[in-house]
Design a protein around this ligand. Structure first.
Ligand SMILES: [Zn+2]
Length: 50
């Protein structure tokens, strides 16, 4: 059973690491395995926001 899916090609908005985000389908959020940053599904993906 797979509960988490790594999101290829996505960059963490917090620590800028690539391919470290995984989708927690149970809680419906995205978490960074590098810095631990979490966000509700599909935060600012890719480029800078603001
Ligand atoms: Zn991060």
């Amino acid at each position: 059973m797979t509960l988490a899916h790594f999101l290829d090609g996505l960059r963490c908005a917090s620590c800028r690491a690539l391919n470290v985000l995984w989708l927690d389908t149970v809680r419906g959020l995205v978490e960074c395995s590098e810095c631990g940053q979490t966000a509700l599904t599909f935060p600012e993906i890719g480029e800078e926001v603001r």
